[in-house]
Write a protein that binds this ligand. Structure first.
Ligand code: ADP
Ligand code: MG
Length: 181
C-alpha cells in the first residue's frame, strides 16, 4: 500500500509541534516504527528533542540536509518532520520518495515568515500533500484568529530563531500589512 503526506501549518504558537507530537505518539501506541527529524539549525530548546511551547516533547534526529532523511528513515512506517520551513527545496522530493515507499509522512512548519510571505519549501510541500491542517494561535492583541508571526525586534533577516521575546501571534486585523507580499 502507498503512503501519504500530511502537512500541519500555521504561525508561531499555533500548536503545530503539539499536533505533530500528538499524531506521532498515537502512531507509536499503534506499534508503528516512527522516526522524527528536525533541521540541525533549530536548537532553541534542545539539541535532539522536539519540544512544544507547552513543554511536550519527543526524541528526534537533527539533520543538516534533507538528503540525510532518506538514509536515516530506513524501514520505519511513519516519518515526522518539524520546522520544515528551514529545509532546502529538495525536501519535497524526499517526502515524495518516502510516501512512495509506503510511509506516512507528517510535516509541521511555518507557512509564512515574519513578513507574511510563504516560507521556504512549505508552499510546495502543501501542494504535494494529501492532507493539510492549518492551526491557529490566539491574537495577543485582540483574541482573534492569529495566522501571522509578527517580529517584535528590529532584525530583518528571514531566518532568526526566537520565541516569545522576538515574535508574537497576530490576526489579519492587528498584523501590520505594510511589508506584506
Ligand atoms: P508551534 O509549534 O506552532 O509554535 P507549539 O505546539 O509549540 O506551537 O505551542 C502551542 C502552545 O503555545 C499552546 O498550547 C499554548 O500553550 C502556547 N501559546 C503561547 N502563546 C500562544 C498564543 N498566542 N496562542 C495560542 N497558544 C499560545
Ligand atoms: Mg513548533
Amino acid at each position: 500500500p502507498s503512503g501519504w503526506v500530511e502537512v500541519i501549518c500555521g504561525s508561531m504558537f499555533s500548536g503545530k509541534t503539539e499536533e505533530l507530537i500528538r499524531r506521532l505518539k498515537r502512531a507509536k501506541i499503534a506499534q508503528l516504527q516512527v522516526e522524527i527529524f528536525k533541521p540541525a539549525a533549530d536548537t532553541r530548546y534542545h539539541d535532539e528533542d522536539i519540544v512544544s511551547h507547552n513543554h511536550n516533547s519527543i526524541r528526534s534526529t537533527p539533520v543538516h540536509s534533507s538528503s540525510e532523511i532518506l538514509l536515516l528513515a530506513g524501514s520505519c512506517d511513519v516519518v515526522g518532520l518539524d520546522e520544515a520551513q528551514f529545509f532546502d527545496e529538495n525536501i519535497v522530493e524526499v517526502c515524495n520518495s518516502l510516501a512512495n515507499q509506503g510511509k506516512r509522512v507528517i510535516i509541521a512548519g511555518l507557512d509564512m515568515d515574519f513578513k507574511g510571505i510563504p516560507f521556504g519549501p512549505m508552499p510546495h510541500l502543501m501542494a504535494i500533500a494529501e492532507y493539510i491542517t492549518k492551526v491557529h494561535a490566539v491574537c495577543v492583541r485582540c483574541g482573534g484568529v492569529a495566522q501571522y508571526s509578527h517580529r517584535i525586534v528590529q532584525q530583518q533577516q528571514t531566518v532568526m530563531l526566537g520565541e516569545a521575546e522576538s515574535y508574537e501571534a497576530l490576526c489579519r486585523t492587528c498584523f501590520p500589512h505594510k511589508s506584506h507580499a
